[in-house]
Design a protein around this ligand. Structure first.
Ligand code: PBG
Ligand code: ZN
Length: 343
């Protein structure tokens, strides 16, 4: 026997064998007393894909469990999500109109995002409806901005286009508009446009720290939004999305977005960037969202399908990484399976 039996008074018991950390881990009940919890469904946002056409519900090949929905079926898509208590959805759209250099179908009031917002706000008044504000699914070349004749990115023209998109979403009733184009000045431009049109209550969620990531592949597949080859134009988005090797620049971007009038800051992708979530959180008093992107989603599905890991365990462990880092709002494709994977 060691320990208590040896002496009546033990001074400084903060070491083995008196101190044993396994005590707080021994039973599920004790662990639960001290463990952080997976955020409840109200803290989640489900990104969903709306497409032109009717009676469409088509699984996205690169994102098993996620679907393309036509507007007439978006309520069917969202009803089970609302039933699980998920607090918000984030809408992505496409167009069957001719795409052009400025992405003008993106601010068509009859576009599928604008229609879906109206339908969802009527059917689920308590649901917070967010919209992605970008041009890449609507431009002929797949960039998030118009191109100049020499193929270069026209940043300031993009800010005008993005303001029109945000206004059309706000007019349709979107609670939150979320610009993702990573153009300089886009937050100031959109905040000004909203103010000038009396959309004082529309929240502005800045994809403030959006990295040029290889994890967007499945999404670009789903949206048909990858950059196309154009003479003189960039072949990727590294000239506007943040460099994952330059964290100071990325943090400056989030500070600027806050100054320009963002209500919510976002880090994207999420799991490869938990350090950035923590760093942004340490520098702001705004809420911080994390976007658990398509590549991060499909990676775990592929692992589970190969029999190399348990999906529920993988999803829960990775989700808790976001909570530890300080995430306030989790934007994730897992949200439509909350009861099965996260409850
Ligand atoms: C469009 C946009 C992208 C994503 C959200 N908005 C793709 C991109 O920047 O190419 C990625 C979402 C995901 O991968 O889940 N600007
Ligand atoms: Zn884009």
């Amino acid at each position: 026997m060691t320990g208590w039996a040896k002496s009546r008074y033990t001074i400084g018991m903060n070491a083995y064998p008196e101190l044993r950390l396994r005590r707080v881990r021994r039973t599920a009940g004790i662990r639960a007393l001290f463990d952080l919890e997976i955020p409840g469904p109200a803290k989640w946002c489900w990104p969903m894909f709306v497409v032109p056409g009717t009676s469409i519900k088509e699984e996205i090949a690169s994102m098993p469990g996620q679907f393309h929905w036509s507007v007439d079926r978006v309520c069917e898509a969202v009803e089970p999500v609302v039933r699980q208590g998920i607090g918000s959805v984030l809408l992505f759209g496409q167009t069957d109109r001719t795409k052009d250099n400025g992405g003008s179908p993106a601010w068509d009031d009859r576009g599928v995002v604008q229609q879906a917002v109206r339908v969802l706000k009527r059917a689920f008044p308590g649901l917070t409806v967010m919209t992605d504000v970008c041009l890449c699914a609507y431009t002929s070349h797949g960039h998030c901005a118009p191109l100049r004749p020499d193929g270069s990115i026209d940043n300031d023209a993009a800010c005008d286009c993005l303001s029109k998109v945000a206004l059309s979403h706000a007019a349709a009733g979107a609670d939150v508009v979320a610009p993702s184009a990573m153009m300089d000045g886009q937050i100031a431009a959109i905040r000004t446009a909203l103010a000038e049109n009396a959309f004082d209550d529309t929240l502005l969620m800045a994809y403030s720290t959006k990295f040029a990531s290889a994890c967007y592949g499945p999404f670009r597949d789903a949206e048909g939004s990858a950059p196309q080859p154009v003479p003189g134009a960039p072949t990727d988005r590294k000239g506007y999305q943040a460099s994952f090797a330059n964290p100071r620049n990325a943090l400056l971007e989030s500070a600027l977005d806050e100054q320009e009038g963002a209500d919510i800051l976002m880090v994207k992708p999420a799991l490869f960037y938990t350090d950035m979530i923590a760093a942004v959180k340490a520098r702001t008093l705004l809420p911080v969202a994390a976007y658990n992107v398509s590549g991060e989603y499909s990676m775990l599905i592929a692992t589970a399908r190969a029999g190399w890991g348990d999906l529920r365990e993988l999803v829960r462990e990775s989700t808790l990484a976001l909570t530890r880092a300080g995430t306030d709002l989790i934007i994730s494709y897992w949200a439509n399976r909350y009861d099965e994977l996260l409850a």
